[in-house]
Structures are given as structure tokens and as C-alpha cells.
Design a protein around this ligand. Structure first.
Ligand SMILES: [Zn+2]
Ligand SMILES: [Zn+2]
Ligand SMILES: [Zn+2]
Length: 754
């Protein structure tokens, strides 16, 4: 059969994921000649051989590509045969501008895991085994392009065996930049809680295993930072970790040795199992099935457990040896970034940990674990970090180059790169100096990596956010405009950007706290958004928050504010449930005089208030604890009823929650079960979403903002809106919470500039 030749350009995530060695092996196994090379926005290749084998090549290219590869488009053209006989991996074409690729860290692949577990393999039990399909990338990257001398592997000289693998086209480790083995690569050390080394090498792992078995708290230097490990089946150890971390109730994530072991504890759908085993390997929130031996203190009063599988050989070796579920939580204090070196652990977590299992491969930047859940077939990211960042999000239009600094909590920054947006990993909260330092470094790093010159700097409208002040400084430094985007406009714009919606869009931005241009705290908003333009369609009837921001930790304050609008006498009476008389009187005076009692239209605070009215949490030890209790109460109640939440006739229309609050109180006082009341409340909001959408007259509706982390609310509102004929968009690849703001800021500011 005569030879034919094809040229193909493959776009998508095809760099830094082992795609070229895969193409090489596929082509040579089919006896095809030609070449493959990295090029602009993807991979370029030519293959030559009989037509039927070329056909098989392109079919298998899609079905057998490395798991982390995301092929977006393949364009194939026929070219004249050249009579070549060999297949080669070509160096990048220097004349073709190569789009910079910032590869994310990828979970250990099955082949590497098998090697680590194979007693005869030369990488047996080696915790730093990796290949072109897996291993550290972004967390060890110092400069671009992504080559070994530009990573923290630069100080490890490859041994002859590793060097041979690195140079062999078709080897799984061909150009695997972090390639390593026990002879030439990083080594473990176990230190005590004060950082004094105790044992190094393979014995360090065994000693760490014994420490966990003994109930100790071990700080583990993982992929993108330190984590804290304890035996998840040991209640006393878990409670000690809670006490030392001063984290009384917020759920911990649990590492299971394998998918099979996870299944014995958890209800896992096929989509959930696939997400857990994916190269992104997030912490996945899944339904518990009994307690399965995991101590109740790990995720108290929560129907779900945050679960993950080993995503480095180090995690796999520890989990194999311990053969039990392990608490595996970020090595930080609440809201701070993860510690990335020993000195930080000793300084910031010295009183928390008993042992430190560390190694000599430096981490350049903290990259926390991603957190996700599965809704139907969709993986919904709630924290976008390891495995996902800093991948780009494609836009339907090219926009000016905007640097966006995000919000204040769950900070992330974004760089507008024309028709793509690079969204950074989750950077934590910007309250403390540690958070700000990581924020500043991320801005500097990403701009340097991409040689980025902004045409504008976008921020939130809140004048007191540290990020807003930074945006102001950055705009002055680069001599470009500073564009402030209202918080909820940015939330809706993030949905438009994620789903590529250029048509006018109604966004229901239901959220905790966002600065409103009228001086009140927004958060129960319906906004009509088109690019950079926004109109407030409706909002919740405002109510006062005595003590302002303190209401976030004390839902009882939201309840008091709500009642003061509904019925002041009732407020004074009910307040006795939550406050001592003197404190109650101070708060009521604050409300009456309008002093330190800002008005809010926040949906998050409405959730808090209803939760407090039902006795589901007057105070929170972590963000949205009370709102989550309300969600869990509603989750399995078979209840179709809904409370009234009428929408006024004006524009913006006011959603009057007073009939709803009155009905909640009446039901409660009649002894109706909290689960039923919680369900009627959720149903009321889902109905309300339809009423708002009808009044706005737009077909596309986005559900966005922190409240839609609530699965019952998100699925309920979606179902009712779709039944009413609306097209509904929710976030998947970008968090619905403030972790998605920067993407929306790029979209909104970019449109304004254009
Ligand atoms: Zn691998
Ligand atoms: Zn080696
Ligand atoms: Zn928000």
C-alpha cells in the first residue's frame, strides 16, 4: 500500500503531560515515520505510512492520550510523502512563538505507583518517583520555560541511569524534568517538632509511620506544601489536633490508601471514583456510609467527608504502611497559606506538630489541595489549586490584558491573556502578613513568567481590601487605569467568562458579603450583566447587622437584625435565647440608632439568621457553619412546601423576606421539625429564583456566589429554573465563591476597556 503523509496541529493541554513520548510510542508501534514537536498553543506533528495505519494512529491519539492531556482541537491536513523511515521527537521550533505553558502538578500515575510498589524495581519505595505523565511541576518551577535547570531539581545531578531514561525518546521519562531515583534524587528526613533531625533516608518513612501509629501529629512535606497527618481512626489524636490547631469543628480531609479502601467507608458513584483517581486528584466531598471507623471528630455533624487518594509516592507509601484512613489537612493556621519549608513549620506550627517528615526538594510556592464535589456528571471545583492551577480558561472573545487581584477571602489573581485567562491557585485569605506575602509573590511570579504588561488593573470595589490597595499601587506603577468592579458583578461576570456567554445574562449572586456602591453590604442580588455593564434587577430587603462583620461569626446577630425589622418587640423577646440582657440592650440600641449596624441585603446572612432562629448555631467556629447546618437539615427532608418570598414591583425590585421569617417562626413555635422548616426555606429560595428570572425577562440565568456552595440550594434552584424554561449556568471549573472573582474582574474590566 502506498504511503501517505499527514500534518496535524493539536491544541489544548498537551505540553508538560507526557504527550510527545506518547505520540512517539504510538507512531513507532504502528511503524509510522515522521516527527512531533511542541509549537504555539499545542503540538505539531507529521506522520507517514499506509492510510489505514494513519487512520488508526489518529483514532488512538484521542482515546489513549495521557490522562492529564486535554485535547481541544485537532486539525489534520494531507501533505506530500517524503519517504522518511524513522519517527523523531524534534526540538521546539525557535522561529515559531511558543505559547508559555505553566504545567500544573499532577498526581502519581499508575505506572509510577506500580514501580514504587514493585520490590524488584530500582525505584522501589522511592517517594520522589515521577515521569512525564505525573509529578511536581508548578510547585517546583522557578522560571520558564519548564526545564530542569529552572526548577528546584536543578541542584540534583542525574545519575547515569536517570540520564539515559531522560534522553531516550519514547521512554516514559523522556524529558521528565523532575526525574529522580534513590541514587540521585531527593531524600527524606524525620525531625522532631522543633526541627532537630532524627533519621534520614528510607528509615525516616518507617519512623514516621510509627509516630502516626502512636497517635502523634506529623507534619508532612507534600507536593505543594506541608500537611498535618494523624490517624483518622484515633479519636484522641484527632481531638488533640483540633485543640492544638484551634479548629474545634471545621471538617478535616481524609486520605485513603486506595479507591477500594475508600469504598468500604463511602458511597462512591462512578463519576466520583473517576474524579478521585484523576491526575488532578482533588479532595472530594462525598457522602459517608456509616462511620467506617473514621472518628466522628473528623467531620462532626456532617453527612459528607472530604476524601482524597495518595497523589505522590510519599503519600502512597505512608498510606500503604499505615493501612488505615489518615487525616490529611493543610499545614497552616486558619486562612493562612500552607507552610512550604521547615523553618516556617517550626515557627508557625511548632506547638502543633510532634514530628516533621521533610525532604530536600524545595517547594517554590504553596499550592494547596483542590476541593471539589460531583453533581451528576460534573466535577464542581470549590477550591481551585493543585492539578488545576495555573491552567487557563478560554474566552469566546479576545479582551485587553487585565491584571485582576480578586477579593479578600479565598484570594486568587488572574491575568487576561487575550482570549484566555490564567487564574492562579487559591492563595488563602489576605488578613495576615503571610497571606499578603504569598499574594504579592504570585503577582510578581506570574507577571514575570509570562512577561505580562497589563493594560489595566482590576480589583473589587471595596476600598479597604488589601487587594484593592495593591491594585491601586500596581496601576500607578504600570501607568494604567485601575478599574474597580463591584463584587457581585464580578461573580456574575465569572460565570459569563467560564461559560463563554456574551449575551445579556441574569446573575443571581447570592453571597455572604460584598461592598455595595450605595454603602450597604450586598449579597442577595439579581444583576443583569452584559460584559462590562450591570443593572441591579432585585435584592433582598435590607436589615441591620449589629456589630457589622462580627455577624459572620455570630449568626445570632443576623437573627436579631432580621427580627428588629420584622417585629421589634419580638426581637427584644427572642434575643433572650442568645444574649445576656446587658449585651442584648447594647445591640438593640445600636440597631435603633443606626450606629455600627450597617444594612445588608446578604443572602448568606439571611441563611445565618434562619439557622439561628431554628437553634442550629448561634455562633460559628468556621465560615458558614450555621448555614451548612441548615443545608444538611434540609437535604433529606421530603418536603415540597415553600415559604412566601414576594418580589416588589419596582426596579430594582425588593424581595420581602418578612412573610418568610414570620412563617419560619410560626412553624418553629408549632413544633414543626427543623428539617422540614429548613427544606421549606430552601424551596422558597428556589421558587424565588424563578420569580426573579421571570421579572428580568432574560433566558440565561447564572447561579453564582458563595451560597451556591450549598448543593441543595444549587440543585433546587437549577431544577425549578429549568422546568420554567430558563437556561441555567453554574460554576464547575471555577469556584462559585470568592475564588472565582478575579476571573470575573478580568471579564468585566476587559469589556469596559474594550
Ligand atoms: Zn508517572
Ligand atoms: Zn537517578
Ligand atoms: Zn463573594
Amino acid at each position: 500500500m502506498a504511503s501517505e503523509r499527514r500534518q496535524a496541529r493539536i491544541k489544548g493541554v498537551v505540553q508538560g503531560v507526557g504527550f510527545r513520548p506518547f505520540v512517539y510510542r504510538l507512531a513507532t508501534s504502528l511503524g509510522l515515520a515522521g516527527w512531533v514537536q511542541n509549537g504555539a498553543a499545542g503540538v505539531l506533528l507529521e506522520v507517514e505510512g499506509p492510510a489505514d495505519r494513519l487512520e488508526r494512529f489518529f483514532a488512538r491519539l484521542r482515546t489513549e492520550a495521557p490522562p492529564a492531556a486535554g485535547i481541544e482541537a485537532t486539525s489534520v491536513t494531507a501533505v506530500a510523502p517524503r519517504g522518511e523511515t524513522a519517527f523523531t521527537i524534534r526540538p521546539s521550533d525557535r522561529n515559531e512563538p511558543v505559547e508559555p505553558t505553566l504545567p500544573p502538578d499532577l498526581a502519581t500515575c499508575e505506572e509510577c505507583l506500580a514501580e514504587v510498589r514493585d520490590g524488584a524495581a530500582r525505584r522501589h519505595a522511592y517517594p520522589f518517583t515521577n515521569c512525564t505523565r505525573c509529578g511536581p511541576r508548578y510547585s517546583i518551577l522557578e522560571r520558564l520555560p519548564y526545564d530542569r535547570p529552572h526548577t528546584t531539581m536543578k541542584s540534583f545531578a542525574m545519575c547515569a541511569d536517570c540520564a539515559a531514561e531522560y534522553r531516550t525518546p519514547g521512554d516514559r521519562r523522556f524529558h521528565a524534568q523532575p526525574i529522580a531515583c534513590p541514587r540521585c534524587g531527593p531524600r527524606l528526613t524525620l525531625a522532631d517538632g522543633g526541627g532537630r533531625p532524627q533519621v534520614s533516608g528510607p528509615d525516616a518513612l518507617a519512623a514516621a509511620v510509627r509516630a502516626v501509629e502512636a497517635g502523634e501529629i506529623v507534619a508532612l512535606k507534600g507536593l505543594g506544601g506541608f500537611q498535618l497527618l494523624v490517624d483518622a481512626t484515633d479519636s484522641a489524636a484527632v481531638l488533640r489536633l483540633r485543640a492544638r490547631k484551634r479548629r474545634p469543628a471545621k471538617p478535616f480531609a481524609v486520605l485513603f490508601p486506595s479507591l477500594e479502601r475508600a469504598r468500604t467507608h463511602l458511597e462512591l458513584s462512578a463519576a466520583e471514583a473517576a474524579a478521585l483517581a484523576s491526575p488532578e486528584a482533588p479532595i472530594l466531598l462525598v457522602l459517608k456510609r456509616g462511620d467506617g471507623g473514621v472518628a466522628a471528630a473528623v467531620a462532626p455533624d456532617n453527612p459528607r467527608l472530604g476524601v482524597m487518594l495518595p497523589y505522590t509516592p510519599l503519600h502512597a507509601l505512608l498510606a500503604d504502611a499505615l493501612d488505615r484512613p489518615l487525616v490529611c489537612t493543610s499545614g497552616n493556621l486558619s486562612g493562612e497559606p500552607m507552610c512550604i519549608d521547615d523553618a516556617e513549620v517550626i515557627e508557625r506550627l511548632g506547638g502543633v506538630v510532634d514530628r516533621i517528615l521533610t525532604h530536600d526538594r524545595p517547594i517554590v510556592r504553596p499550592v494547596d489541595d483542590s476541593v471539589a464535589r460531583v453533581d451528576g456528571a460534573d466535577v464542581v471545583l470549590l477550591r481551585r489549586a493543585r492539578g488545576h492551577a495555573p491552567r487557563t480558561i478560554r474566552l469566546p472573545v479576545a479582551l485587553p490584558r487585565v491584571l485582576a487581584v480578586g477579593g479578600h477571602l479565598k484570594a486568587a489573581i488572574a491575568l487576561g491573556l487575550g482570549d484566555r485567562v490564567l487564574l492562579s491557585q487559591h492563595l488563602g485569605d489576605l488578613d495576615g502578613p503571610e497571606g499578603l506575602e504569598v499574594f504579592d509573590r504570585s503577582v510578581a511570579d506570574l507577571m514575570a513568567f509570562l512577561d505580562f504588561k497589563p493594560e489595566a488593573v482590576a480589583s473589587d470595589l471595596h476600598p479597604d481590601y488589601a487587594s484593592t490597595r495593591r491594585a491601586h499601587e500596581l496601576a500607578a506603577r504600570y501607568g494604567v487605569p485601575h478599574i474597580a468592579i463591584q463584587h457581585h458583578h464580578a461573580h456574575v461576570a465569572a460565570a459569563a467568562a467560564e461559560h463563554g456567554l456574551t449575551r445579556p445574562l441574569l446573575g443571581l449572586a447570592w453571597d455572604g458579603t460584598g461592598y455595595g456602591p450605595d454603602g450597604t453590604i450586598w449579597g442577595g442580588e439579581a444583576l443583569a450583566v452584559e460584559g462590562g455593564r450591570v443593572e441591579r434587577v432585585s435584592h433582598l430587603l435590607p436589615f441591620p447587622l449589629p456589630g457589622g462583620e462580627r455577624a459572620v461569626e455570630e449568626p445570632r446577630r443576623s437573627a436579631l437584625g432580621l427580627l428588629s425589622v420584622l417585629d421589634p418587640d419580638r426581637a427584644a423577646h427572642e434575643a433572650g435565647r442568645w444574649f445576656a440582657p446587658a449585651e442584648r440592650d447594647v445591640l438593640l440600641r445600636m440597631i435603633a440608632r443606626g450606629v455600627n449596624a450597617p444594612l445588608t441585603s446578604s443572602m448568606g446572612r439571611l441563611f445565618d439568621a434562619v439557622a439561628a432562629l431554628l437553634g442550629l448555631g448561634a455562633r460559628c467556629s468556621f465560615e458558614s457553619e450555621a448555614a451548612m447546618a441548615l443545608e444538611f437539615a434540609a437535604e433529606h427532608a421530603a418536603e415540597d412546601g415553600a415559604y412566601p418570598l414576594p418580589l416588589g414591583p419596582d426596579r430594582p425590585a425588593v424581595a420581602d423576606w418578612r412573610p418568610l421569617a414570620a412563617a419560619v417562626l410560626a412553624d418553629r413555635d408549632r413544633g414543626v421539625a427543623p428539617a422540614r422548616i429548613a427544606a421549606r426555606f430552601h424551596n422558597a429560595l428556589a421558587d424565588h429564583a424563578v420569580a426573579v428570572a421571570r421579572s428580568a425577562g432574560l433566558e440565561d440565568v447564572a447561579l453564582t456566589g458563595g451560597c451556591f456552595q450549598n448543593r441543595t440550594l444549587a440543585l433546587g434552584a437549577r431544577a425549578r429554573l429549568e422546568a420554567a424554561g430558563f437556561r441555567v449556568y453554574t460554576h464547575c471549573r471555577v469556584p462559585t465563591n470568592d475564588g472565582g472573582l478575579a476571573l470575573g474582574q478580568v471579564w468585566a474590566a476587559g469589556h469596559r476597556l474594550a
